[in-house]
Design a protein. Structure first.
Length: 151
């Protein structure tokens, strides 16, 4: 975990993965297009899973604007190799409209600065792929994570 600003250790943040193994929405295709095959996403991974920096007085808090780098990775398969992009959406939070993930080593990955919340907050994560040439969308992989600030 990478924490920006030098005062970030003032807040102890634990991110607990709410689902042990994140489920995938594997519903039937809505429209399989001309070739009959749509992209399939699986293996959603979220990090950090947890971090706790202690040794600071309970009265001290992280300054507003401190962030932690949050990472998402997902595996995508597209039988016709025409997958245009994979998007990740985090709600509520800094990415409600989706962020494109980059392809690397067989997975789509992305990271972004995530503001540290002052209160316990549950976040929902959705990732999906888009094949614009065939007008197809993949299934959605779903997950949750929780930030729990503690002294």
């Amino acid at each position: 975990m990478i924490v920006t600003r030098s005062l970030a250790p003032l807040l102890c943040v634990a991110a607990a993965l709410s689902l042990g193994v994140l489920g995938c929405d594997q519903g039937p295709p809505t429209d399989a297009g001309a070739d009959g095959q749509r992209p399939v996403l699986s293996c959603l991974e979220l990090s950090p899973l947890g971090s706790c920096l202690s040794g600071y007085p309970d009265t001290l808090r992280a300054p507003a604007g401190d962030t932690v780098t949050f990472s998402i990775s997902v595996t995508a398969q597209d039988p016709d190799q025409l997958l245009d992009r994979v998007l990740a959406v985090v709600e509520p939070g800094p990415v409600p409209d989706g962020r494109s993930l980059n392809f690397s080593d067989g997975q789509y990955r992305g990271g972004f600065p995530f503001p540290l919340p002052e209160d316990e907050t549950l976040y929902a994560v959705r990732a999906y792929g888009v094949d614009e040439d065939n007008g197809l969308a993949s299934n959605r992989v779903l997950g949750q994570f929780r930030f729990v600030p503690t002294p």
